[in-house]
Write a protein that binds this ligand. Structure first.
Ligand code: HEC
Length: 123
């Protein structure tokens, strides 16, 4: 009986310690990604996204599919026609872009969308 009591106490202590050390902090497991869509400019935000993800195929020199996204005027045309957003959001009726690569992250897409909603200004 004494031995049983000893093990019971030991077991509860072990459980206590194990439980005490186990904690889930949601923010640590899944960091909340802030997506800042304030002040999205062509030069500071949108052009670099296009540069990094699209121009290897859509520069003036490459122009795959006759799509040139290099330079403001060219990109503005695709922004206004809805083809830019349709392609990056993988909307029905548009070729999903970037081709042969994973879809852009949600925040990059949100920033492009914000810029288009703002009227796709040359800023
Ligand atoms: C590996 C090459 C490649 C990359 C990278 C790429 N594209 Fe394309 N893109 C193509 C080709 C080829 C076509 C034409 C054939 C087609 O529509 O699938 C095309 C077509 C398009 C079109 C016309 C689609 C339509 O349905 O009207 C748009 C808009 C476009 N791309 C935007 C982008 C954007 C924005 C990016 C970067 C986020 C990007 N592409 C990255 C190869 C690429």
């Amino acid at each position: 009986m004494k031995r049983f009591a000893f093990f019971a106490v030991l077991l509860s202590l072990v459980l206590l310690v194990v439980n005490g050390c186990y904690y889930d902090v949601e923010e640590e497991l899944y960091p909340i990604q802030e997506c800042n869509t304030d002040n999205v400019t062509y030069s500071g935000i949108v052009a670099p996204i296009i540069q990094n993800n699209c121009l290897q195929c859509h520069s003036a020199a490459a122009s795959l599919g006759n799509v040139v996204l290099e330079g403001y005027d060219n990109l503005k045309g695709f922004a206004d026609s809805g083809r830019l957003l349709g392609a990056v959001k993988h909307q029905a009726g548009y070729s999903p872009m970037p081709q042969s690569a994973p879809q852009l992250g949600d925040c990059l897409i949100a920033r492009i969308e914000q810029w288009i909603d703002d009227g796709a200004p040359n800023n």
